[in-house]
Write a protein that binds this ligand. Structure first.
Ligand code: SAM
Length: 248
């Protein structure tokens, strides 16, 4: 997968060299290109923002550098292809595991993380005439800029790419994974030793009985979801427990 990120803080994306994403890059599974937006400014101060039309506090990112940057990204990519443009914004659709899965199926993603009050709307509208655009929010809070949101999204997407995780099965049982785990949180996990500071690992996990272990894990997942995410519980369908049991 090719990934382009246009930002005024390319160094903010340094963590893309570390751990799972860094290894995926080293193996050639991810081809990441970082671009400094200020490279497409034309004034001596390399200005990327201006005051908002209509008044109000804060600044808005100017359309000219963004337009030129996206033109350049498009020209650098594979002949005849366009990226899916991902625009992090608190006003976007929620970035969920389902959306991560959908984006993991694309061969080329371009990210446009903003600063200040965001990017002049015409940039997004114009880009949408040339490429698919997804405006996505990583949660109901406001960050100072979109770079952290890009790190979040790239990591969630990268671990779904074939061959990136050591064990291809390991995201199947994750919270929110499509199928049996949709709308469910994963329950608690344990490792050796079997007893630590007087606390024992639940006996069923030592039983070697796969059916009982799977059932226990499902029960824990339901209990944890009920406790922590009642909003997910409200999406459970009548009979879903039986269905999930069959799928487990
Ligand atoms: N005024 C904007 C609003 O209320 O929607 C917030 C702008 S925020 C200070 C600057 C940038 O940070 C956004 O344009 C976006 O790129 C990024 N950002 C902030 N919170 C985000 C979130 N929850 N999800 C994704 N991106 C976010």
């Amino acid at each position: 997968m090719r990934i382009d990120v246009v930002t005024i803080f390319p160094e903010y994306l340094d963590p893309l060299n570390v751990s799972l994403v860094g290894k995926a890059r080293a193996r050639g599974q991810l081809d990441v290109h970082l671009h400094d937006l200020r490279g497409w400014t034309t004034d001596i101060h390399r200005t990327v923002d201006d005051t908002p039309y209509g008044g109000g506090p804060g600044m808005v990112m100017k359309p000219e550098p963004w337009g030129a940057a996206l033109d350049a990204v498009l020209a650098q990519g594979p002949e005849g292809e366009v990226p899916t443009l991902v625009v992090p914004t608190p006003s976007g659709r929620p970035f969920t595991q389902e959306l991560a899965q959908e984006l993991a199926g694309r061969s080329w993603l371009a990210f446009a993380p903003a600063r200040y009050e965001g990017i002049d709307r015409r940039v997004i509208d114009e880009a949408a005439t040339r490429m698919p655009v997804v405006e996505a929010s990583i949660g109901d809070y406001v960050l100072a800029g979109g770079e952290v949101a890009v790190l979040v999204m790239v990591e969630a997407i990268a671990r779904l790419l074939p061959g990136v995780l050591g064990n291809a099965e390991s995201h199947r049982d994750d919270s929110f994974a499509p199928g049996a785990m949709a709308d469910l949180l994963e329950g608690p996990v344990y490792t050796k030793p079997a007893e630590w500071r007087g606390r024992e690992v639940p006996e069923v996990l030592l039983s070697g009985h796969h059916g009982k272990i799977a059932r226990w894990r499902r029960e824990q997942a339901f209990a944890r979801t009920l406790a922590n995410r009642p909003d997910l519980v409200s999406r459970w369908q009548l009979g879903a427990f039986d269905k999930k049991e069959r799928e487990a």
